[in-house]
Design a protein around this ligand. Structure first.
Ligand code: WT7
Length: 645
């Protein structure tokens, strides 16, 4: 099935903005004449002052720097809102669909969204927020999340959105790392009929780290504790704020946001994106990947707590004047038809989601899909993890009725927007392949050990050999970690952490992470993070965490835990440790299997042999490889014999 090729449908070839010939022509131009190419593309943004230099980049340690559109001045919020008022003022910008289909939704036109954003920007100012300050946003999928982000951008504050599924501990760590003095939250979130105690989580986080102000949006209306001096209600503050607020002039390289993401070592990193390059990059990719034209109804089902929500719910689509659905809920509530009912209700034309959601729905049978209409759908997208050919086929055949191309977009929090992706009018599709690079992107494969560039059809570590406008600029507060993490392994290249194969047609097939990062339901989790949560438990002396194949999540979390001498490794303790990780990080970090390990396989120098742990987790006992160099080979036999099924 993976060898199948789906040519560009005729009507897409005839009508799309980018055809096959144009793709090749523009891609070649973007590399041969980057100044010319990006000067033209940068025109999509309204600049307050034009930039002087398109690009100033060196990936080498001695003069390491990444800058785009240097000297240019702009405001990204004004690009997303103000400039549309004249032509799209009464056009819906956000059509909000609540968790419960029986409660009323909300629609905000560009004019209404603009007014809300300006008013909330004044609220931020009244609460002491100034340009450059970090604002933590811990909100569910409600329009206020976009309003808060855009209000920050309007006044030059740097937002740090923390996914509302993260624990108080994880929230506290992120508040502390970027020294933010204000948190925007809601009383509760609502997902699949269950409430999420957001305000209570914030209160718990603020026992560990202090902030001056908490702004609370009343969403479910339930009772929450209120700290008389520190906490204010969103609606009270909005009532006394003026609805006009001039956007501040930002430098192209002024910080726009921080978004924490898991790496292979240590605590999550604060990925920092800046303003000008990110604006051009998200808007350009949104337009070409989705062939977007104002008036079309677009729906990206990602949460604003992840980069997909930043780039393809908030910035890209709004800069392009899109009309979009924003969905609070989950794919299987109240039943497994929910996604497609929302598509029908709002006549969604372009739908973008993660493979994990598709796999979960696929298991429930086709009927949940086929009983809905879906005739509005024209284009489907996939993001966040490799889409297996079976899920691709189901998405294409059942959801899209073979009519809708699928854009499988490979990118990362660090890359800002889509890097390797089909375009519907330009790319013949191969199920499971993210296909070819976006304009300006130069992927390459290197030998993972030697670091040498590999030619032709081959596999290797995926690197990008030169910068693109939406590249992250630093790890917040730790520029050295930025260089070390991404540029030191293969000098002169940005290392993605992914492995990939390139076929005879130059198509890329992402095979997944080759570092100690696992991808659980399209969300990144560092094995080191889960390990450090486990060893914080008083009864745990050591832990090793690896990924394992999981039918729905893509990858699951497999934890090997060594408890303190004298501890009884009981079923109760296993449950307690699983709960402990949920509480320390959040439900997405829940170990799928937790195995007590009296010993871990280590080399004589004390290094844990993860390769062996991965094989046991994969239940691939025949490929454990050479265990003779282990300090105590018997521990492997014990782990194999006691692997929970
Ligand atoms: C990692 C980045 C892309 C934004 C959401 C996730 C994996 C992402 C694909 C894809 C195969 C993919 C990679 C990447 N990934 N998209 N289309 N095909 N793998 O962003 O949390 O920063 O994760 O997700 O492994 O490195 P993220």
């Amino acid at each position: 099935m993976s060898e199948q090729v789906f040519p560009v449908p005729d009507h897409w070839a005839e009508t799309a903005k980018i055809t096959e010939a144009e793709y090749h022509e523009r891609y070649a131009r973007s590399l041969a004449d980057p100044e010319g190419f990006w000067s033209a593309e940068s025109q999509r943004i309204d600049w307050i002052e034009p930039y002087e230099t398109v690009k100033d980049v060196s990936y080498h340690e001695a003069d390491f720097r990444i800058g785009w559109f240097l000297g240019g001045k702009l405001n990204i919020c004004a690009n997303a809102l103000d400039r549309h008022l004249e032509t799209l003022g009464d056009t819906p910008a956000i059509i909000w669909e609540p968790d419960d289909p029986d409660t009323p939704g909300r629609t905000l036109t560009y004019r209404e969204l603009h007014e809300q954003v300006c008013t909330f920007a004044n609220v931020l100012k009244a609460n002491g927020v100034e340009k450059g300050d970090r604002v933590t946003i811990y909100l569910p999928m409600i329009p206020e999340a976009a309003i808060a982000m855009l209000a920050c951008a309007r006044i030059g504050a740097v937002h740090s959105v923390v996914f509302a599924g993260f624990s108080p501990e994880a929230l506290a760590g992120r508040i502390e790392d970027c020294q933010s003095n204000i948190v925007i939250t809601a009383d509760e979130g609502l997902r699949g009929g269950k409430t999420v105690p957001l305000k209570a989580n914030v209160d718990a986080a603020l026992e560990k780290v202090e902030v001056g102000r908490v702004i609370v949006y009343r969403h479910t209306g339930s009772d929450v504790d209120f700290h008389a001096v520190r906490d204010v209600w969103w609606h009270d503050a909005m009532e006394v704020a003026a609805p006009l607020c001039d956007p501040v002039t930002m430098d192209a390289e002024d910080p726009l946001f921080i978004l924490y993401t898991s790496g292979s070592t240590g605590k999550p990193k604060g990925v920092l994106h800046t303003t000008g390059g990110y604006a051009v990059w998200t808007s350009m990719t949104h337009e070409y990947v989705f062939d977007y034209r104002p008036g079309q109804v677009y729906w990206c089902a990602a949460d604003v707590g992840w980069v997909t929500g930043h780039s393809y719910v908030v910035y890209g689509p709004l800069i392009n004047g899109a009309t979009q659905v924003m969905f609070e809920g989950v794919p299987n509530y109240p039943d497994h038809s929910r996604f497609w009912q929302v598509v029908d209700k709002h006549k969604v034309e372009i739908f973008y989601a993660a493979p994990t959601a598709l796999r979960a729905l696929m298991r429930e049978g086709d009927d949940w899909v086929t009983r809905t209409d879906r005739s509005s759908l024209r284009l489907l997208g996939s993001v966040g993890e490799p889409i297996n050919p079976e899920a691709w086929d189901w998405y294409h055949r059942v959801v899209g009725e073979r009519r809708c191309p699928i854009v499988d977009t490979w990118w990362q929090t660090e890359t800002g927007a889509a890097m390797i992706t089909p375009m519907p009018g330009a790319t013949a599709l191969k199920p499971g392949s993210a296909s070819r690079p976006m304009f300006g992107v130069q992927p390459a494969l290197v030998d993972p050990e030697k670091g040498t560039l590999l030619d032709g059809a081959t596999s290797g570590a995926l690197v990008i050999t030169d910068s693109w406008p939406g590249q992250m600029r630093t790890v917040y507060g730790d520029h050295d970690r930025f260089f070390q993490t991404y540029f030191s392994q293969y000098p002169g290249y940005y290392f993605t952490g992914d492995g990939a194969r390139r076929d005879e047609d130059g198509y890329y097939w992402i095979t997944g992470r080759i570092d100690d990062v696992i991808n659980v339901s399209g969300h990144r989790m560092g094995t080191a993070e889960v390990e450090s949560a486990l060893v914080e438990h008083p009864l745990v002396s050591e832990a090793a965490v690896v990924g394992m194949p999981h039918e729905v999540k893509g990858q699951g979390i497999y934890a090997y835990v060594t408890t303190n001498a004298g501890t009884e490794d009981s079923e109760d303790l296993r449950k307690e440790l699983v709960q402990w990780v949920r509480k320390e990080i959040g439900p997405i970090a829940t170990p799928d299997i937790l195995q007590f390990a009296p010993g871990l396989p280590k080399t004589r120098s004390g290094k844990i042999m993860r390769r062996i742990l991965r094989k046991i987790a994969e239940n691939d006992m025949s490929n454990l490889g050479d265990t003779s160099t282990l300090a105590d080979p018997a521990v492997v036999d014990d782990l194999v014999a006691n692997r929970p099924q």
